[in-house]
Design a protein around this ligand. Structure first.
Ligand SMILES: Nc1ncnc2c1ncn2[C@@H]1O[C@H](COP(=O)(O)OP(=O)(O)OP(=O)(O)O)[C@@H](O)[C@H]1O
Length: 764
């Protein structure tokens, strides 16, 4: 019976594939034709176009012809683009036309209809869909429910259908390998098959096995802020990339990939995920790290790097200051401070030329505050610039006939003079007029730097302004509520000043600094971006999120993270959701929780979740593997030998391994040891490196978001992981492992593993 089903399904698939091939042929012809047409139009254009500029009518006619040609070319270009994209999808469908079938019966219909679901839709006749796109409304039924009555959203509202069959196919090169009939939401068997695969250096799409909870994230169109809290490995990143593809499909024509931006934890991660959307037949969205986003705007300052931030040791008062600077309270204080600036307090710089002051900062200040109270910061700045430019023009007018300028003109040679004349006709009424003209031209050149300094608002003194803001903080915020006293705060300000003098800045100062600059210059947000995604949201400060929200005022936000993996913001992350509610006040906020972890075997998930204080919410997926192994040795040399042996074992078992340490310095040491032992391992030093296949050694802060077949946590001893606030870091490291986890420690294991009961791991 099974064989008959398989044969029948294969026959249908063969039939669909041959139709796909025919469609490919047709597309190829269209592409060729569009190319040929373009070529001909261009040829025609140069042969026939007589540029007639003799009369107005002639000019008009020439312009019209050019416009017509351009339109024709544009049309051909569009049809070429469309056909090329279509061909790309068809080629993908040819190897694997679909992965699922559902039979469903609508109310009032007498027999069920079969729907086949694939990466894209395909019809041989209008309205005769042989394949439905996985993002089509009806396809939701496949991901959302089992057999029986299932509802799905359509543009006309909720529809209910009776599902009588759910079938899944494993297909390779157009051949059906296995068929599963299931009443599960998405058959666990299929998911097991997919998850059993070993890792690659690129993330894959999960389109065939999207889970019900994930489907909710993917298809949500109502929330202004969608907050996805999910355990490590629960598919947050995967779901969100599918969501981008979904939104691009759902809003085709109104949303392009360049209007979607994803903030990711590091550059390595960008590299890791960059195949998912192309695999789904879509273009990649804009991707950047928050660091790149800010650094781009501060080319002259050296902003603290991820590594420096991660490895910085803070005193108690420093960490309180950092916490305050990161908060929404601070964001609001900055807004109050800015409103005061409308009356007083702006800091300006002298405008100088060759060391000589042209406009003193007090003069600029007077101008700035000379406008009435209806002027806000932005107009005040514009009006000041205008006034300064006027003054500069007046100065030029006045000096054009002055003695010093005349002397210079007298001494100028022909070449210099002809440069001053430029293309201006030399038909002056008299000598004076000509001298005046030349004088002005000369002075415009002479004062060019001042002109551009005014235009670029270089008279603003943003460093002094930021320090002034920091010094005003005790008047704006009740420091004692943040367990700080004025002296500690002042000390902090002095630290910021000292760094600024060296051209450096801490990460927590970057966002408030840019925010202040934007408020003063009245920079408006980017209204073109419609969807903003932030991965690993727990590592963002509320200030940064608030700043992003004002930078992209028209965008909807999808933020995802795991409060248990806050390796930068640590415990503060647990209040993040409350802070988000303040930032997105009056907006529609939806929270989705993903608790099941798909990445790791049951044994690894059950082990890692016990490291957490509140790990109960993490559910493991029934995929069996070995127990994690903890190896505590007295002697580091011996342990290194065992490390090498473990790496060899992993290689034999064809598992790619990441040796993860806390810091880069530790990584460097262990990678030298491996090298000395003749073991090949690539050290990942910076986020700008590429992810290599084979064994890698990587610091924890760069392993964020990534996964490996096997993980070795190195130096897991009591000295290295002594603090309670490193619990989340330990969890993040261990939860990178898919199939095998080994933990190595010299002498005594970190107490952060004390909570794990002994029958969840093996001791070596
Ligand atoms: N529905 C699914 N079908 C198949 N594989 C899935 C599914 N959901 C998640 N996975 C797999 O589980 C692994 C973890 O997914 P992902 O990296 O998206 O999780 P995450 O929640 O972002 O993890 P982390 O927070 O730890 O970085 C990936 O290998 C992904 O392909």
């Amino acid at each position: 019976m099974e064989n008959t089903t398989k044969r029948k399904e294969q026959k249908r698939m063969d039939d669909v594939i041959s139709k796909i091939k025919a469609a490919e042929e047709k597309n190829r012809r269209e592409i060729k034709k569009a190319q040929k047409d373009t070529h001909e139009i261009k040829g025609d254009f140069s042969n026939n176009l007589r540029i007639n500029t003799d009369s107005y009518a002639g000019l008009f006619e020439t312009a019209t012809t050019i416009r017509q040609q351009q339109q024709l070319l544009q049309e051909r270009e569009n049809s070429w683009k469309h056909a090329t994209q279509r061909l790309d999808i068809l080629q993908k469908l040819e190897g694997k036309p679909y992965f699922a079938r559902i039979d469903l019966q609508e109310k009032g219909e007498d027999k069920p209809e079969s729907i086949y679901i694939g990466l894209g839709s395909f019809a041989d006749r209008p309205d005769n869909f042989l394949i439905y796109d996985w993002r089509a409304p009806i396809s939701s039924v496949y991901y959302d429910g089992g057999l029986g009555n299932v509802s799905y959203e359509t543009p006309d509202g909720l529809q209910t259908v009776n599902v009588t069959l759910k079938r899944q196919f494993l297909v390779k090169d157009g051949k059906i390998k296995t068929i599963f009939d299931t009443d599960e939401v998405v058959g666990d068997q299929m998911l097991l098959d997919v998850l059993d695969d070993s890792s690659t250096s690129k993330m894959k799409s999960i389109v065939t096995t999207i889970q019900k909870e994930q489907n909710k994230i993917i298809r949500n169109t109502k929330a202004d802020l969608l907050f996805v809290q999910g355990a490590a490995g629960s598919g947050k990143t995967s779901a969100v990339l599918q969501r981008v593809a979904y939104l691009l499909y759902r809003y085709r024509g109104n949303l392009t990939s360049s209007q979607v931006i994803l903030f990711s934890p590091n550059q390595l991660f960008n590299d890791y995920i960059d195949q998912v959307l192309p695999e789904l037949g879509e273009h990649n969205m804009v991707q950047m790290t928050y660091y790149q986003y800010t650094q781009r705007r501060l080319p002259k300052l050296k902003v603290e790097t991820l590594q420096q931030r991660f490895e910085r040791k803070l005193s108690t008062s420093e960490s309180k200051i950092q916490k305050l600077k990161n908060s929404v309270v601070f964001f609001k204080a900055a807004a109050v401070y800015a409103s005061f600036l409308e009356k007083r307090g702006m800091r300006f710089r002298d405008l100088k030329l060759n060391g000589k002051i042209l406009y003193d900062h007090t003069v600029i200040e007077k101008i700035y505050y000379s406008f009435n109270e209806n002027y806000h910061l932005r107009n005040r700045l514009d009006a000041t610039k205008e006034r300064l430019l006027k003054r500069l023009n007046r100065r030029i007018e006045k000096e054009a006939t002055s003695e010093w300028v005349e002397n210079i003109l007298q001494g100028a040679d022909n070449k210099e003079l002809s440069k001053l004349y430029g293309t201006h006709p030399r038909n002056f009424e008299n000598n004076d007029e000509e001298l005046h003209f030349l004088g002005r031209r000369f002075l415009m050149q002479y004062y060019k730097k001042i002109h551009s300094d005014i235009n670029r608002s270089r008279f603003l003194n943003i460093n002094a302004q930021y320090l002034h803001f920091l010094r005003s903080v005790p008047d704006l915020i009740e420091l004692d509520k943040h367990e700080l006293i004025a002296a500690q705060w002042e000390e902090g300000v002095a630290g910021t000043l000292a760094l600024l003098k060296k051209g450096r800045m801490l990460l927590e100062d970057v966002s408030p600094y840019l925010d202040l600059y934007d408020t003063i210059t009245g920079k408006r947000g980017n209204t073109d971006i419609k969807q903003v995604f932030i991965d690993e949201i727990q590592d963002y400060t509320p200030f940064q999120i608030a700043a992003l929200q004002s930078a992209f005022p028209r965008a909807r936000f999808t933020v995802l993270g795991d409060l248990n993996q806050a390796i930068f913001t640590k415990k503060e992350s647990y209040t993040l959701l409350d802070e988000l509610r303040q930032i997105f006040a009056n907006k529609n906020i939806e929270v989705v929780q993903l608790t099941k972890s798909y990445r790791s075997t049951k044994q690894i998930t059950d082990f890692t979740k016990q490291v957490l204080l509140n790990g109960a919410a993490v559910e493991s997926f029934e995929r069996q593997g070995d127990l994690p192994v903890i190896n505590v040795g007295e002697d580091e040399k011996r342990l290194t030998v065992e490390l090498v042996a473990q790496l060899e074992q992993n290689e034999q078992d064809q598992l790619t391994t990441a040796v993860i340490c806390k810091t880069l310095a530790e990584c460097q040491i262990v990678s030298e040891k491996l090298q000395a032992a003749g073991q090949r391992a690539i050290l990942i030093k910076s986020e700008n490196q590429r992810l290599a296949s084979g064994t890698i050694v990587v610091p924890a802060f760069l392993a964020k978001g990534l996964e490996f077949d096997a993980v070795i946590m190195w130096n897991a001893d009591e000295k290295n992981y002594a603090n309670e606030d490193e619990r989340q870091l330990v969890y993040t490291i261990c939860s990178r492992a898919m199939h095998r986890l080994n933990i190595f420690a010299v002498k005594k294991l970190s107490p952060l593993f004390d909570r794990v009961s002994a029958d969840f791991y093996k001791r070596k």
